[in-house]
Design a protein around this ligand. Structure first.
Ligand code: FAD
Length: 320
């Protein structure tokens, strides 16, 4: 089923559904680490499960002759395979993330063909972060610089246009496409208005819905929704939520994800004696956020698990 149909069904039925995001295991770990997390969350009947994509990292290895060899290494490979395994095991829709970084248009086409063969017809189209050591995002040769171009390529395949001009018998794909939105502005955008203009470009290119970056103040989300509407963005906007879990996140989350931590949450976290107490504060804060979003008629709440199920499980128990 298409994610947009699931969202529309939930909206029509005035339901609020649970969805969450998984990270592929670190290279060397096996898939049971993924299953252990899902086994704890599956009882909340997730609308779908996202699987993130992790770009390669550049590594320098010293050769015998003393020269350095530049290697490209992926620490969390397997997004497509893990998505297919989750779908087969749990019978739940999956949304693999697809990024521009590291992909030529041909690589993207091949990845989408693999997904299509596997019966996966939902993707989240992203640009991906800047490679470590690079100041600004660089497109891969013959790749995409912005996520809207990736959306255009996917929608092109839905219309039967393939990059490889030698493809003879062309059949169409049928992907539902989600994209990312930033209630508190993307870090690189010069101002919030232009960020929304660029977001509209992704929607105009054919994106079916938007999933947001995490936020801890619902006011930022409601304000973002309103600004999107004013800009002519009419697709559903799904809030992305991450429960606060360590004291260190007070200084780590703002620069990494370009989000503010509300004063009340900061004060409560600072009063905690240890991270066990912080986790409890994070759970209570997220439950409060969820209840308000639910009351506002939001059809799906998307959780960033960061591979950790225990706090998400407690929140889901209280909310769904
Ligand atoms: P874009 O939409 O291309 O925007 C990037 C920047 O370029 C913005 O500042 C935007 O304003 C600007 N821009 C857009 N279009 C134009 C234009 N035409 N001209 C000039 N400027 C423009 N990263 C991963 O690597 N893997 C993941 O699995 C992953 N999952 C994510 C899931 C969600 C829900 C979210 C919110 C983010 C995720 N990210 C992931 C992070 C994301 O890749 C980064 O935030 C990245 O920096 C931007 O991606 P984007 O798709 O929003 O890019």
């Amino acid at each position: 089923m298409k994610i947009i149909d699931i969202i529309n069904e939930a909206t029509a039925g005035k339901e609020c559904r649970f969805a969450f995001e998984m990270l592929p295991p670190l290279k060397g770990d096996d898939i049971s680490t993924i299953y252990r997390t899902i086994d704890r969350l599956i009882r909340f009947n997730p609308a779908y499960i996202n699987v993130t994509y992790h770009r390669e990292e550049v590594k320098y290895v010293e050769r015998e002759n003393g020269l350095l060899e530049k290697l490209s290494v992926s620490k969390r490979p397997g997004t497509v395979a893990i998505s297919a395994a989750i779908m087969a095991r749990y019978g739940v829709e999956v949304v693999p993330h697809l990024i521009c970084g590291g992909f030529s248009k041909y690589d993207t086409e091949d990845a989408l063909i693999d997904l299509n063969f596997l019966g996966i017809h939902n993707v989240l189209a992203l640009r991906g972060d800047t490679l470590k050591g690079e100041k600004t995002f660089q497109a891969t040769p013959n790749g995409h610089l912005h996520a809207f171009e990736l959306v255009e390529q996917i929608i092109g395949m839905n219309e039967g246009h393939f990059i490889d001009a030698e493809v003879e018998s062309i059949s169409r794909t049928d992907f539902c496409v989600g994209v990312a939105g930033y209630p508190e502005k993307h870090a690189e955008a010069p101002n919030p208005s232009i960020d929304i203009e660029y977001l509209k470009k992704k929607v105009d290119a054919g994106a079916d819905y938007i999933v947001t970056q995490m936020f801890f103040d619902n006011g930022r989300f409601f304000d973002f929704k309103e600004r999107c509407l004013k800009a002519g963005i009419n697709v559903p906007i799904i809030p992305g939520l991450k429960p606060f879990s360590t004291k260190r996140q007070l200084t780590m989350l703002p620069p990494t994800f370009h989000v503010d931590i509300p004063e009340e949450l900061t004060a409560r976290v600072l009063k905690c004696a240890d991270n066990k107490e912080v986790r409890q504060v994070g759970i209570e804060w997220a439950i409060r956020q969820c209840e308000e979003l639910k009351a506002a008629g939001i059809p799906v709440l998307h959780f960033y698990t960061m591979g950790n199920a225990d706090n998400i499980e407690k929140i889901a128990e209280a909310v769904f």
